[in-house]
Design a protein around this ligand. Structure first.
Ligand SMILES: [Zn+2]
Length: 464
């Protein structure tokens, strides 16, 4: 407290008059955002998402803030020799410059390692899940967004970066936690008298949550040109709103696609050349695909395919604790996929975004052509009252072999046995979709099974 106010306070008290406390400052409005984008790497917002941000900013005068969970320091460098943390420092500047071209200045970079993997658990573990969640909750409370937009928290062939998925997991958790006064409560302590405890933030409940993914079969632009899956098409149809990028914002003289190309052109260490060439040739066809968002959840109504801001009115809403689903344990003896697939089944349920399980009912992943053995985690559950002897059989594509050490297992009543299935693929250089099926045999009969679809020979795929 300034000395003058202290002095006045002392004088009025001495004089016995009622002392008027200074008015309490509110949250600093310079940091308010209508939309908070939470992504993993600088350049995760390029392409369609940048086109959507241009629409939100120029047409609808929305304020946008961005959180990058790291600097993409493990990526490649298309223009210079810099690698590692030096590359990360460059990518931070590329990100700040790209977003500044849209007038976005509220941009935060967190300090996590850039993990190259497809398994979301690897990123969450290496990042320090709790510490990053605390940071993102802090930034949600600081920016007080109506909407959070992030990557899709799911394991999808084509959307295979574990950092992307982990950013999505943490953004979803922060959506549910930032309004809860019992979570990271030290951020909420307001010690206006100049004390050193607390951060002076207010709890904040965002209103809507949306996702996006790289794995969109409807795109005719894709840097890795994956072959379409024979098993699914346009799995994003009806999953959320779609935005054309060929429109012209009324206030600009360029299409959203042109603005998106311009934004992308700052990322020269990455794919910025595509944006730069589009700007130089005035040909934006690589940026003219529609952006397809995936509806996560809304606490203020609105429809699944309606506009992102549909149903949103200014002001705060009260925190909604998530409703925990009933535990639906499968009875009998059963088999399921473990690892990230098991995690997502539980994560979607706990966060009331269970409809994401319907996007791709059969699990899938992309495998690059130089893969060695493939390892999958399976879980055998014995939810019966008696011990069980079971056998796992795998049905594999032609030429593949099963290298798992064991096939028969004994389970006590109530036990879950984690099993590692090791497979040696054959002819992985040919780009193709393949299917694997594991079945659980009890007393010579199949009691349950798990199917997995693999996009073999996928360019751009992370290691499993
Ligand atoms: Zn990325």
């Amino acid at each position: 407290m300034p000395k003058m106010i202290l002095l006045l306070f002392a004088l009025t008290t001495v004089a016995g008059q009622a002392a008027q406390a200074p008015s309490l400052p509110g949250p600093d409005p310079r940091y308010n955002a209508d939309l908070l984008l939470v992504v993993a790497h600088p350049d995760d917002e390029t392409g369609g998402v940048a086109g959507y941000l241009a629409r939100a900013i120029y047409d609808h005068h929305r304020r946008v803030a961005v959180v990058f969970v790291n600097r993409g320091q493990s990526g490649g460098n298309a223009v210079g020799a810099e690698e590692g943390n030096a590359l990360g420092s460059e990518r931070e500047i590329e990100g700040r410059s790209a977003l500044a071209s849209f007038g976005i200045a509220n941009v935060w970079f967190l300090d996590t390692p850039n993990v190259s993997s497809q398994n979301v658990m690897n990123s969450l573990e290496r990042w320090g899940h709790g510490a990053v969640l605390e940071e993102v909750v802090r930034l949600v409370r600081l920016t007080r967004p109506e909407v959070i937009l992030t990557w899709l928290p799911a394991f999808v062939a084509g959307e295979n970066h574990a950092d992307h998925q982990a950013a999505a997991v943490i953004a979803t958790e922060a959506f549910d936690m930032a309004g809860d006064p019992a979570i990271f409560s030290e951020q909420l302590v307001r010690d206006h008298s100049g004390g050193q405890s607390g951060e002076g933030l207010l709890a904040w409940q965002p209103k809507k949550l949306y996702y996006y993914t790289d794995a969109d079969d409807a795109l005719d632009f894709d840097q890795d040109n994956p072959i379409p899956s024979p098993y699914r098409e346009n799995f994003l149809d009806g999953a959320g709103p779609q935005y054309s990028l060929t429109d012209l914002p009324p206030s600009q003289h360029k299409s959203y696609a042109a603005l998106s190309a311009q934004e992308t052109s700052f990322y020269l260490t990455q794919e910025g050349r595509i944006g730069k060439e589009a700007v130089e040739s005035n040909n934006f066809k690589d940026f003219e695909y529609p952006l397809r968002l995936i509806f996560g959840k809304s606490l203020v109504g609105g429809s699944v395919t309606g506009d992102v801001f549909e149903g949103i009115a200014p002001g705060s809403i009260s925190w909604r604790s998530i409703s925990l689903p009933d535990e639906d344990k499968v009875r009998g003896v059963s088999l399921e996929l473990g690892g990230p697939w098991k995690f997502y089944q539980e994560f979607w349920k706990i966060h009331n975004i269970e409809h994401l399980a319907d996007l791709l009912p059969v699990p899938e992943m992309a495998i690059r052509s130089d893969v060695g053995y493939l390892h999958f985690s399976l879980l055998i559950h014995n939810n019966t009252e008696t011990p069980q002897e079971v056998t796992i059989r795998s049905a594999l594509p032609e030429g593949w072999t099963d290298k798992s050490g064991y096939s028969s297992y004994s389970l006590a009543p109530g036990q879950t046995y984690p099993v590692r299935s090791v497979l040696a693929p054959f002819n992985t250089s040919k780009e193709a979709w393949r299917e694997i099926k594991w079945s659980l045999q009890v007393n010579g009969h199949e009691s349950s099974s798990v199917t997995m679809r693999l996009h073999m020979g996928a360019r751009g795929a992370m290691s499993p």
